[in-house]
Ligand binder design. Structure first.
Ligand SMILES: NC(=O)C1=CN([C@@H]2O[C@H](COP(=O)(O)OP(=O)(O)OC[C@H]3O[C@@H](n4cnc5c(N)ncnc54)[C@H](O)[C@@H]3O)[C@@H](O)[C@H]2O)C=CC1
Ligand SMILES: O=CC(=O)O
Length: 336
């Protein structure tokens, strides 16, 4: 039987506060459907503004740039019943605290999968083929013409890609990687059904240390949780093959950034392609100085198509919830 104790019905239009600027179509639809306050400035809300927001709305629509921790949830008023996150990752929300206050949390799974997998693949190719070094040389006027021996990278066809986190995005990465001729090994909480493994030509490796040690390219595509914090720590980085590459489009917290910088600076690793960082938006200067690093500003899901679809998901989740139904994308801390 479904526990409906955290669902509720809102009479009239639910009062919704959105913490960042969304796409114009999404904002217009929200304006029609809800009693909504939008963030016209697109500046992340201050702590005081967030506290005011959770005290006065039925639904908060935050993003990854908002810290929704236990103190903020404890400060929420009685009306707050739904945190409808704009984004797939929910590591910035204290899910257990929300559950204890019977505040439901939803996210936007699936709509960013293809875009983030494209970004992961782009980072794999950019690092192994030294695109950032070549681009910087052209941009800075240091390129002196074609050479048989300059900027040589590595062919990815035939190399072993290790994927950590074989969910929606991990599988979409595997699908692309297969087409590029990469061999695929993955680590996940659970092995995939055999038919899916066969379709992706992917092999499950239950021992993460083994996967880290054998991969030519390591891609992190799992969520940030207490269990995955620094899943790639100094010890595991030391296990990586000499000259191996790291790609991270998951979360910065998955990697011990200091240990990664040291390994790159020593020449132990071949390079790193990063979309996410431990303390966003701060990116360590030492990382940016390294020639074999390509650094993106958390752009994995940044397409009009994906962000538009995420807006639709937010609206659907709010409507289901306000009508007293369980929203389609409820996130349960007990299942993450
Ligand atoms: N760079 C970007 O812009 C974006 C980044 N993301 C990140 O990607 C993450 C994954 O997204 P999806 O694939 O949609 O999620 P998902 O829930 O479909 O897949 C996550 C996978 O990670 C696995 N996993 C969880 N804990 C693990 C552990 N300790 N060891 C190994 N595997 C573990 C799960 O079993 C699951 O298969 C998000 O949580 C978010 O942090 C998501 C969208 C955009
Ligand atoms: O990082 C973005 C997300 O959707 O998660």
């Amino acid at each position: 039987m479904t526990d409906k104790s955290d669902t509720r019905r809102v009479s009239g239009k639910p009062r919704v506060i959105v913490t960042r600027r969304l796409l114009p179509d999404t904002e217009a639809r929200m304006g029609d459907l809800f009693d909504v306050t939008l963030n016209e400035q697109d500046k992340p809300m201050s702590r005081a503004e967030l506290i005011d927001a959770v005290r006065s709305c039925d639904v908060l629509v935050p993003t990854v740039t908002d810290t929704i921790d236990r103190d903020l949830i404890d400060a929420a008023g009685e009306r707050l019943g739904l945190i409808a996150n704009f984004g797939a990752g929910v590591d910035h929300i204290d899910l257990a605290a929300a559950r204890q206050r019977r505040i439901m949390v939803t996210n936007t799974p699936g709509v960013f999968t293809e875009d983030t997998a494209d970004m992961t693949m782009a980072l794999i190719i950019s690092t192994t083929r030294r695109f950032s070094e070549g681009f910087r040389a052209v941009q800075e006027g240091r390129w002196s013409g074609w050479s048989p021996s300059a900027y040589l990278g590595h062919r990815i066809g035939g190399k072993l890609l290790g994927i950590v986190g074989m969910g929606r995005i991990g599988q979409a990465v595997a699908h692309r990687a297969r087409a590029f001729g990469l061999r695929i090994v993955y680590h996940n909480r659970h092995p995939l059904p055999e038919a899916v493994e066969n379709m992706l030509a992917a092999r499950f490796e239950p021992d993460l240390d083994k996967l880290v040690a054998e991969a030519d390219i390591l891609s992190l595509n799992c969520p940030a949780t207490p269990e995955t914090h620094h899943i790639l720590d100094a010890r595991r980085i030391a296990l990586m093959k000499q000259g191996a590459y790291l790609v991270n489009a998951g979360r910065g917290e998955l990697v011990d950034e200091k240990a990664l910088i040291a390994a790159l600076a020593e020449g132990r690793l071949g390079g790193a392609g990063l979309d996410v960082y431990e303390n966003e938006p701060d990116v360590p200067a030492a990382l940016l100085k390294l020639p074999n690093v390509i650094a993106m500003p958390h752009l994995g899901s940044a397409t009009e198509e994906g962000r538009g679809a995420a807006g639709e998901k937010i609206i659907a989740n709010i409507r289901f919830w306000a009508d007293g139904h369980r929203p389609p994308d409820q996130v349960l801390d007990t299942l993450i």
